[in-house]
Design a protein around this ligand. Sequence first.
Ligand SMILES: C[S@@+](CC[C@H](N)C(=O)[O-])C[C@H]1O[C@@H](n2cnc3c(N)ncnc32)[C@H](O)[C@@H]1O
Length: 208
Amino acid sequence: MTDTDPLRTQFRKPEGDDGRKVLESMNDHHVPLWTFCLDRLPKSIDGSILDVGCGGGGFLSRLAGRYPYAMLFGVDISEDALRMTMDVNAGTYESGGLELHLASVDELPFAEGSFDMVTAMETYFFWPDLRAGLEEVSRVLSPGGVLAIGSELRYGSGDDARVDEMCQTYGMRLVRDEGMLSLLDEVGIDAETIPGEHGVLYRGVRRF
Ligand SMILES: C[S@@+](CC[C@H](N)C(=O)[O-])C[C@H]1O[C@@H](n2cnc3c(N)ncnc32)[C@H](O)[C@@H]1O
């Protein structure tokens, strides 16, 4: 993909035919990051899990496989993304195991302490205000609940110039590990950075 490719603008908010292509390709390309993150998350959860910026729904379908007794929720700012999430997770959706909402991370339509885990794959760098988004995520997490933020790109993983270039091309606002951990601490989440071959997982627990 080049700088001038119209698909590049679709990562922030996939829409229309081009958006669907991008969602389909993300459901393939993000599998190694998702697997890396899932391998480092609790073995079982039978409460409620929210996936923020659920995109094409591929990660939700993996969450459904991993946590068959959990109630799943997905939010995204793109109606087309939610439509594809519904298609990809038709069985879970139709059986009532998945609820989808058109919403932005900084205004989540859920009560305080609603979730045992909140996940956010390849999305935090598109949020309009990272601190406000994390604050909202912390509000809806139950005390002791787990937060998982995954990103393929990470400053400090070897080639910061390339990361800068990608951020510029795709309009991403990536933060360094220290910045992420300190924001998480400010919003009441104790977190650690877990770097890996396929990206980074910021894994945290909502303080009591
Ligand atoms: C690069 S895609 C990643 C999708 C999916 N999580 C994955 O791993 O394939 C980013 C997604 O975040 C969504 N998004 C962007 N800004 C958002 C916001 N403020 N609140 C919720 N979702 C947002 C976009 O619509 C898009 O579906």
